[in-house]
Ligand binder design. Structure first.
Ligand code: HXC
Length: 256
């Protein structure tokens, strides 16, 4: 198995574990990530997912180039659709995900990180969409997610030059939420702890509303926001949160 899935209390931890190939994404690894995400979606009591890579060097060095080279056109199309479909499962997970980028995140590895809800980077992490250097372009969502994160001009610069973005720059341009010194897993636990205390169904509604911003025109997005904010308002947790404010006490959310 090249993907490990562990449970740590309210957290699930998915670790790419193919360090001899810098955690590169073969078809088999993509399938394993998909199965692990299905397992996370079915786990009761999970409040967030952390995604990271085994080994000192890499979060994930992208699609497995050695396998990629020998694909037929049909297999390539299937590969792009498979990668996109597996990463899209992160959007549909009932819980938010945090990529803990412990080293290189190139090509499909950067695309995996971008598909997570949040990204934390170790100081030695480095990002890039170097497909152009292989005579390729990104195929697992990078051309769509990168401009949404950093704007079109920066995305074009990074995709057309394939250059490497160090962690500090990634933070400055909004590609990662933060650079974390010290133990990255510990930083991931602390980061997740800042939102997992809130109502799970309301967190999910917030994620769905923000996701709509990326794929819809403003007016349609505002209509979605009105609908989803009303759904949140109807929850018992909203009732509790507003009552606690008036009663000057801490709310006790019950995920309902
Ligand atoms: C297969 C890979 C790999 C990859 C590294 N390895 N990246 N194998 N696919 N993407 C393997 C190497 O062949 C080597 O195995 C071992 O991992 C260690 O890598 P080195 O290159 O020796 O390490 P280093 O010198 O530290 O360089 C690290 C690196 C370099 C800068 C990350 O490995 C690199 O440039 N990798 C390719 C990155 C890339 O181009 N990614 C985008 C792929 S395309 P051996 O057995 O030889 O020692 C993509 C999307 C395609 O992701 C879209 C199509 C749909």
């Amino acid at each position: 198995m090249a993907v490990d899935l562990e449970r740590e209390g309210g957290l699930a931890v998915l670790r790419l574990n193919r360090p001899e190939a810098l955690n590169a994404l073969s078809f088999a690894v993509l399938d394993e990530i998909g199965a692990a995400l299905d397992a996370v979606a079915a786990m009761a009591g999970v409040r967030a997912l952390l995604v990271t890579g085994a080994g000192e060097k890499a979060f994930c060095a992208g699609a497995d180039i050695k396998e990629l080279r020998h694909r037929s056109l049909a297999e390539q199309k299937h590969g792009a659709e498979l990668g996109q479909a597996v990463f899209a499962k992160l959007d549909r997970l009932p819980v938010a995900s945090v990529a803990l980028v412990n080293g290189y995140a190139f090509g499909g590895g950067a695309e995996l990180a971008m598909a997570c809800t949040f990204r934390l980077a170790a100081p030695q992490a480095a990002f890039g969409l170097p497909e152009i250097k292989l005579g390729l372009i990104p195929g697992y969502g990078g051309t769509q997610r990168l401009p949404r994160l950093v704007g079109e001009a920066r995305a074009l610069e990074l995709i057309l030059t394939g250059r490497t973005v160090p962690a500090a720059e990634a933070e400055r341009i909004g590609l990662v939420n933060a650079v974390a010194e010290g133990d990255l897993l510990e930083a991931g636990r602390a980061f997740a702890g800042r939102f997992t205390r809130y109502s799970l169904p309301v967190l999910e509604l917030a994620r769905r509303a923000v996701q709509r911003a990326g794929d819809t025109a403003l007016q349609a997005g505002l209509e979605t926001e009105a609908d989803l904010s009303t759904l949140a308002y109807r929850t018992a947790d909203a009732e509790e949160g507003m009552a606690a404010f008036e009663e000057k006490r801490k709310p006790e959310f019950r995920d309902g």
